[in-house]
Design a protein around this ligand. Sequence first.
Ligand code: NAD
Length: 482
Amino acid sequence: MSDLYKNLIGGEWVEGHAARPNINPSNTKDVIGEYAHASRGQAEQAIAAAKAAFPAWSRSTPQERYEILKKASDEILARKEELGRLLSREEGKTLPEGIGEATRAGQIFAFFAGEALRLSGEKLASVRPGVDVDMTREPVGVVGMITPWNFPIAIPAWKIAPALAYGNTVVIKPADLVPGCAWAIADILHRAGIPKGVFNLVMGRGSEVGQIILDHPDVTAISFTGSVSTGRKVALAAVSGTPMKKVQLEMGGKNPLVVLDDADLKTAVECAVNGAFFSTGQRCTASSRLIVQDGVHDKFVDAVVERLKGLVVDDALKSGVHIGPVVDQSQLDQDLKYISIAKDEGAKLAWGGELLNRETPGFYLQPALFTETTNQMRISREEVFGPVANVVRVKSYDEALSLANDTEFGLSSGICTSSLKHASHFRRNSEAGMVMVNLPTAGVDYHVPFGGRKGSSYGPREQGAYAREFYTVVKTAYTLPV
Ligand code: NAD
């Protein structure tokens, strides 16, 4: 019988109305634990607890918030190997990737511990004589958070830490598939002394627990990361209730990596392989569209295929593994569906796309690279969210830029070139929230804003000091001293 991990509601650990096993995608016989599903009533209790805790927490001192966030950071960093292992075991990214992500979560908590102390306002001279005008930032209220499965610790961290730093209270529903890391953060915050009700964890299905968070009038703001289709539902729910909620959405991508004839080939191949296939391609910032100029196209494809042949796909926890399994059967089915669609559309499979058998039963897929594709094919337009990428051949930089921007998404984009002229032009004209030059489209710093344009994002940016745009509300105060 595996352990039962409970929800954290109003400072108490509470059993749910059901529980779901958290299964290791590298070995489906390995159950990490049973994770309690909150009932409708429990989700409502969590929101009530967050509402009741808000007045005191919103007036707590920056020092008090700093200390709790710093304690959480210290513990996450001290336990990064263990948390990274848990992450790899539940999500399937390799152990170094899991430890890297756990480290990032610790760094994010440290960053926002400092931000709690740095929150400032502004003062301007009024246009009216004798009047003072002050602009200050206040917390928003109860923030509901809904997170996806692909970054089980970093995404919860980059929502929870700023929310708490700026004086909000939190109700979070992590992805049902990977609740382990969010549970670990809840346990850490609880033991770090977070006051009752300030932070609440409710696990369960999106359509049940998530929907209650979306519909509840006492939730003031919603921070969501996930697919476009769910994001749209979140936005509609946020504005259709009374009062309307503040909303922030981070969604999918079909991120282009442009490779020009003058690129350093080794750099371009590394950017493509890392960006498209590492973390099993399950990154919103994955370089799933490789747009490659004619002169280097064949050499580039050969070199990428050579590199893919050398990659080890196996159990995420084994050493020497480059690519872990796909997260679950349903994502694997989606990956295989797109591989079949691409073939039917006339794309040429240059490498991979086969299911792999390993020592343990898991969702192992050989990374797939398609060539002879156009930007109009579904493989170029729709997010697969797996280790699948396609190459589109172009004649010129201008054509490359135009295809890079010809997408409904706009999260991240990249260019490999040694031309300063093209690099500068691309940085200015790429319609993406994040632009990389000679770097993979995935892989970002934790202290600067993260987010996209067009169908990839909606609302203020996450991370860095920019996070305060979402987690605070500005008050303009006029005073006439008499
Ligand atoms: P998803 O949209 O299926 O689920 C995301 C979350 O929403 C989960 O917690 C889920 O339970 C919840 N949910 C589902 N239906 C809901 C409903 N009706 N009401 C409330 N909540 C509901 O996405 P996923 O499969 O978990 O994640 C993959 C997607 O996330 C990809 O599209 C990926 O690009 C995107 N993503 C984006 C970013 C980013 O920052 N832009 C980062 C990571 C992942």
